[in-house]
Design a binder for this molecule. Structure first.
Ligand code: NAD
Length: 463
């Protein structure tokens, strides 16, 4: 395993990147395009090794590794390379005041400078690489700090990135709290953090000392409303797929269900049927099912299962002996203060909380933190419109899970406790640039300026 970055090195890394940025190395479009294509090559040429690292860190099936991390990185880096000219092209401004018509006025998008990217363990490659392609496209230098909780992927990033990218501009810092604490003492021109809200507050406080702008991609409980107009079998199939993916360790995992009371029995029956079809010999015997990332998270989830007063309708077992598997577990008959409704579950536990109707679901949501995504399964257009109009969330997705993050043209990010700032392609790029107003007034335009110079007179005042 690769060693952590020595604390004495960290200041040096920051200084080297500052020096590089000042030379202008990262500014030419051709250079940025080459780096983006190199990042795509990194993912493509090392797909098997990446999948193996994800298996070692998370027990992730290869298909999920390729579909959710390797594939999107390749596609999006290539698209970013193709779109670079468009994203960076100066934007002429159509001024409204008649006397300004002869001025040359435009908006240019310039790199902020040296960026810091802090990534979590659950999608440890794409959540480091997605901000990184944004920073490259913007013309920034960057440090990537992957998570110590996914050590195989982090070590892969540290040993492979320098082989593909220009190491004068892009560096990796490995480590845990002491290393990141040292990193955060230094000045960065943008920090892009993905992770939990507790650490986000530490990052925000450190950034405030340098007035560093931030993107915070956080999590929380993403709910699913199911009303009585939904196709219950397909609803259960899609939600279950969402919950078993990476064993529920996804920021947009369907955290809990708010179901109209009348549909709960058929929903539970449909979960059982689809579970049997996905895992004929049980999830814990399947190679298509991920494990829990660490002992700490395994113990946390077991403790939630131990504390719930709900009824286990499906699953409920786990495997000891270091394997850290927990069965997809559907829990019904829960009260509002149940342990499963406290914090983001981030695991394969799926509580169903019964409500009388959609209005009660809306009222329930409005008493809580704004989620990263709000899911709803319904064919009732009036109910759908009411949910959109009366709730707040980073995204709303009807009748399926996750697909809103598969769309290259939709912004992805949170609101309130689920964070701020947006990502995916152009939205990733936007984090790392600032809009610079550029104005050039020809000398011939002097004819309009007569009134601004002293001595001022009643006539020059004009009204
Ligand atoms: P984590 O433990 O890997 O932490 C994330 C990063 O923060 C790591 O690089 C870690 O080194 C760093 N860190 C940890 N302690 C720190 C400290 N004291 N000071 C500074 N940095 C510190 O990951 P996590 O936080 O467990 O990630 C899971 C959370 O992230 C969940 O809440 C999930 O919903 C959220 N998430 C959000 C998104 C999104 O795009 N919105 C994506 C994935 C995960």
């Amino acid at each position: 395993m690769t060693d952590y970055t020595p604390l004495s090195e960290i200041e040096n890394i920051n200084a080297q990147l500052r020096k590089t940025f000042k030379t202008g190395l990262t500014r030419p479009i051709a250079w940025r395009r080459h780096q983006l294509l190199q990042l795509a090559r990194l993912a493509k040429e090392n797909a098997d090794e990446i999948a193996e690292c994800l298996r070692l860190d998370l027990g992730r099936p290869k298909q999920e590794a390729i579909m959710a991390e390797v594939g999107p990185i390749i596609d999006r880096c290539v698209i970013a390379a193709e779109k670079l000219e468009e994203w960076t092209r100066p934007e002429p401004v159509d001024v409204s005041a008649p006397w300004q018509k002869g001025w040359n006025t435009k908006i240019e998008r310039h790199p902020k400078g040296v960026a810091l990217i802090i990534a979590p363990w659950n999608y440890p490659l794409i959540l480091a690489m997605q901000p990184l392609y944004g920073a490259i496209a913007a013309g920034c230098c960057a440090v990537v700090k992957p998570s110590e909780v996914s050590p195989h992927v982090s070590a892969f990033i540290a040993r492979t990135l320098p082989k593909y990218l220009d190491s004068r501009a892009f560096k990796v810092v490995l480590g845990g709290v002491p290393e990141i604490t040292k990193v955060l003492e230094l000045k960065w021109d943008h920090i892009f953090y993905t992770g939990n809200g507790r650490v986000a507050r530490i990052i925000s406080a450190a950034a405030a000392k340098h007035l560093t702008p931030l993107t915070l991609e956080l999590g929380g409980k993403s709910p699913v409303i199911v009303d009585s107009s939904a196709d219950i079998s397909l609803t259960a199939k899609r939600i279950l797929w969402g919950k078993i993916n990476n064993s529920g360790q996804i920021c947009v995992s369907p955290d809990y269900i708010l179901a109209e009371k009348a549909v709960v029995p058929s929903l539970v029956a449909a979960f059982k049927e689809h579970y049997k079809a996905f895992f004929p010999d049980g999830a814990l015997a399947s190679d298509s099912y991920s494990r829990i990332v660490s002992d700490q998270h395994f113990e946390r989830l077991k403790s939630i299962l131990g504390r719930t007063h709900g009824k286990v309708a499906l699953g409920g077992k786990w495997e000891e002996g270091g394997k850290r598997g927990i069965e997809p577990t559907v829990i019904t008959d829960i009260k509002e203060d149940d342990a499963v409704l406290e914090d983001e579950l981030f695991g394969p536990i799926l509580p169903i909380y019964s409500v009388e109707n959609v209005d009660e679901a809306i009222a329930y949501l409005n008493e809580r933190d704004h989620p990263l995504v709000l899911y709803m399964f319904s064919t009732d257009e009036a109910n759908k419109s009411r949910v959109v109009a009366r709730t707040t969330s980073g995204a709303v997705s009807f009748n399926d899970v996750f697909q809103h993050i598969a769309i290259n043209e939709l912004p992805f990010g949170g609101v309130g406790e689920s964070g701020y700032g947006r990502q995916i392609l152009k939205f990733s790029f936007d984090n790392f640039v600032y809009e610079r107003g550029v104005l050039d007034i020809p000398y011939e335009e002097e004819k309009f300026f007569g009134a601004r110079y002293p001595p001022y007179t009643q006539e020059s005042l004009g009204f």
